[in-house]
Design a protein around this ligand. Structure first.
Ligand code: ADP
Ligand code: ZN
Ligand code: ZN
Length: 731
């Protein structure tokens, strides 16, 4: 008798439902759970993670291959994360290898050691932190830039700084002044800086929130903080983080988009200085690994990051906080489609620590969970300062003269606020110059040949661009069909900005949208201009809604509310309410009263009338009642199958096959479709979807647990691109 082989079960990053078994031939004992190994796969090699040490395998001996080598001595993924990720693979019906891969920094996926031996990154000293970058800018522009970068991102590698225009000479000069230093290796021992700012005295409402959480028994609990915009929610987070810090525990703070919230990172840097690790997709891979490692060792006491930071390893976690918990960017929209907000709750539960979800406009799911006692509600109803809620009015676009999307009452109001030396924000969810290039003679509009969409005119660059597939070509005003001159119909942010420049020739106007963001230093420059008061009118898209605190903005104009009033899916009403109230919340801060003007052709629309009261709870009650009677989430649960192919029939045939298999197995699950996606053709591919809807999750997931692995074995599944989206946010 020969001894049975020693087996390891390895999650390999390939689209297979299950982990794969390999033989371990030594040297030594098989690597532990959570360690990486290099394994053969087909004719290539992959890095995978050990999940298990099975006694038996279903593979025949001749198919069983050997592990090539063990990459780690110590696990890179701890038990808690491994279990959470296993749960994710089951719940989201996504291949385990890809799920684990997503949770690892890219350098670890490639087999690098978690310990980096490079020279330490540059960081600010206390002296550097207290410098006024604007004052420095006049004499030394590069140094000011370095101050800005280091303040926003924490320690940064020399190579990365060089990439951003800050060379070694600049850093040497700053080092000589005592403003920057090389971060010592062995970061865990890095000295703690004293707090750089003085926390304000909390308002009674803020204090009640902090006290409620502090006084509750230790262990898991989800708190839902609904606090109006500008009510000081962030200050509540800072206090909770400080409490954990005092107790020697870590905090995990999730934020929607770091690039859009430099103010928040600034505040965290000042309050918590060197104990901060920032994680987001914009970081160079080396920095990302450092942040991951600092979180894992506990050197970082505060881990701040965007959605993928929900998988941060935590040595000694004390609390999780999710800022703007309603924000759609918490949902990963391709590959492994997870909700970071939902996973944050799951992780807190498993770690047995409290979690705070906060927003001025919480998601209806969370409101519902609070209603039924799952979440513990907290609220802040008053804003900081004396400004109070802004005054909100609807401008009837049928009754006023309108030029390029701007009505006379709005133009008058802009003038009044500028005269009072205040700032104005104008929100329009459409970038570019104009959304349609139309021939008035023959009526043809220029379409993207690859999508069911119109080409958007970008006048500044003289090009047409498809916002869905990125296709672009030169703009010609001559109609190809009949030779007449064409016209630009509708207005985007570019056109509005141009029109404002004509109306207010002396005003300083800036634009914040994805086009502006792609320019060098784009978003930061625009936001800094508004913060300093240089910019008087800011025109922008959704990016305006993200928690900015601009004390001198007193007027907010919503240029085209109608775009949001007639959405196509069951969530459009909720999204519209959130966007409207968030953007309105930028008006009037501290001691300056605010005004919000909404342009609409439907001033009597019941949703507008309801939102004009700015009572989000009232809106949420109404919207939840509608969801209940229509049977939409959270009163049912959805799983969406998507498929796309260059031929329409291929996408449909595949989903038809899935639907048939689902119907044969479905008990208490409705199988709806397949149907064309809301934009059927995109990037030259036809898109279709199939919706599974169930009153209760278990039935839905039992069905999927059979269906997903089965479908992966079908040859048809290799001929179309398809994906599964559990709890989709755009069904
Ligand atoms: P929110 O996150 O609710 O939108 P913030 O936390 O950004 O609100 O607070 C708005 C502004 O009020 C910030 O500039 C903040 O520094 C200030 N602030 C917060 N709490 C207090 C307080 N207790 N006293 C004075 N100012 C405060
Ligand atoms: Zn024509
Ligand atoms: Zn296109």
């Amino acid at each position: 008798m020969t001894a049975p082989p020693r087996l390891v079960r390895v999650a390999v990053p390939v689209p297979l439902s299950d982990a794969l078994d390999y033989r371990w031939e030594g040297p030594g004992a098989p690597p532990r759970r959570g360690c990486r190994v290099r394994v053969p796969l087909g004719r290539s090699e992959r890095i995978g993670v050990v999940l298990d040490h099975p006694r038996k395998t279903s593979l025949p001996p001749e198919k069983l291959r050997n592990v090539i080598e063990a990459t780690d001595k110590e696990p890179v993924l701890g038990e808690e994360l491994l279990r959470t990720l296993r749960w994710c693979a089951d719940y989201y019906h996504h291949p385990i290898g890809e799920v684990l891969n997503q949770a690892l920094p890219v350098l670890l996926r490639r087999g690098r050691s978690p310990l980096r031996a490079a020279a330490g990154p540059w960081e600010l000293t206390a002296e550097g932190l207290s410098q006024d970058a604007d004052a420095v800018r006049r004499r030394a522009r590069r140094q000011a830039e370095a101050l800005d970068i280091l303040r926003r991102s924490g320690p940064v590698d020399a190579g990365e700084l060089r990439g951003q225009g800050v060379g070694a000479a600049v850093l040497r000069r700053m080092n000589a002044r005592g403003w920057v230093r090389r971060r010592p290796q062995g970061r865990a021992g890095a000295p703690l800086e004293a707090a750089r700012d003085t926390p304000p005295t909390l308002t009674a409402e803020q204090q009640r929130c902090v006290d409620a959480i502090a006084a509750s028994p230790p262990g898991y609990r989800t708190w839902l903080l609904q606090g109006v915009t500008g009510s000081g929610k962030t200050e509540v987070y800072l206090r909770l983080i400080a409490r954990e810090l005092a107790a020697g525990r870590q905090s995990l703070l999730l934020v929607p988009e770091i690039g859009l919230t430099p103010q928040l990172i600034d505040r965290l840097q000042k309050r918590f200085a060197q104990r901060l690790a920032v994680m987001h997709s914009g970081l160079a891979s080396g920095r990302r690994l450092d942040a991951w490692q600092d979180a894992r060792t506990g050197a970082a006491k505060l881990v701040v990051g965007t959605r993928s930071a929900v998988f941060a390893p935590l040595a000694n976690p004390g609390i999780v906080i999710v800022d703007e918990e309603h924000d759609p960017s918490y949902k990963q929209q391709d590959g492994f489609r997870y909700s970071a907000r939902d996973l944050a709750v799951l992780r807190a539960k498993r770690l047995d620590i409290p979690i705070l979800l906060a927003s001025a406009t919480p998601s209806l799911e969370s409101v519902h969970n609070a209603d039924r006692g799952q979440y513990h509600p907290l609220s802040i109803s008053r804003r900081i300062g004396t400004a109070g809620q802004p005054d909100m009015r609807v401008i009837d676009m049928n009754r006023h003269a309108v030029r390029q999307g701007l009505s006379t009452p709005l133009v008058t109001a802009i003038r009044r606020h500028l005269d009072a030396d205040c700032q104005v924000l104008l929100f329009l969810n459409r970038r570019g110059f104009a959304p349609v290039l139309l021939c008035p003679t023959c009526g043809t509009a220029e379409d993207c040949g690859r999508c069911d969409a119109r080409m958007t005119i970008h006048a500044a660059s003289g090009r047409l661009r498809c916002h869905h597939c990125g296709r672009t070509h030169a703009l010609s005003w001559v109609c190809v069909a009949c030779g007449s001159e064409r016209v630009a119909v509708g207005a985007g942010t570019q056109r509005i900005t141009g029109e404002l420049a004509t109306l207010f020739p002396d005003a300083r106007i800036a634009r914040l949208d994805r086009d502006a963001a792609t320019r060098h230093g784009g978003i930061d420059t625009v936001l800094a201009g508004v913060e300093r008061g240089d910019t008087q009118i800011l025109v922008g898209t959704q990016m305006l809604t993200k928690g900015h605190d601009f004390p001198r903005v007193t007027l907010v104009g919503v240029l085209n509310a109608d775009q949001g009033l007639f959405g196509t899916d069951y969530r459009s009403t909720e999204r519209f309410a959130q966007i409207l109230l968030q953007v309105a919340g930028r008006a009037g801060r501290r001691d300056r009263a605010g005004e919000v003007l909404i342009q609409s052709h439907y001033p009597q629309h019941p949703l507008l009338l309801r939102l004009a009261s700015q009572d989000y709870s009232d809106f949420a009650r109404m919207a939840l009642a509608e969801r209940r009677s229509a049977g939409w989430p959270p009163f049912s649960h959805l799983i969406l199958w998507r498929a796309e192919a260059t031929r329409r029939t291929a996408a449909h045939a595949f989903l038809e096959q899935v639907a048939t298999a689902a119907r044969a197995r479905a008990a208490r699950v409705d199988v709806l479709g397949p149907a064309p996606a809301s934009m059927e053709r995109r990037g030259g591919r036809y898109r279709a979807q199939l919706l599974l809807q169930g009153r209760r999750r278990p039935a839905l997931h039992r069905l999927m647990a059979e269906l997903a692995p089965l479908v992966r074995t079908w040859p048809a599944a290799r001929r179309v691109r398809w994906s599964v989206d559990v709890d989709p946010i755009d069904a």
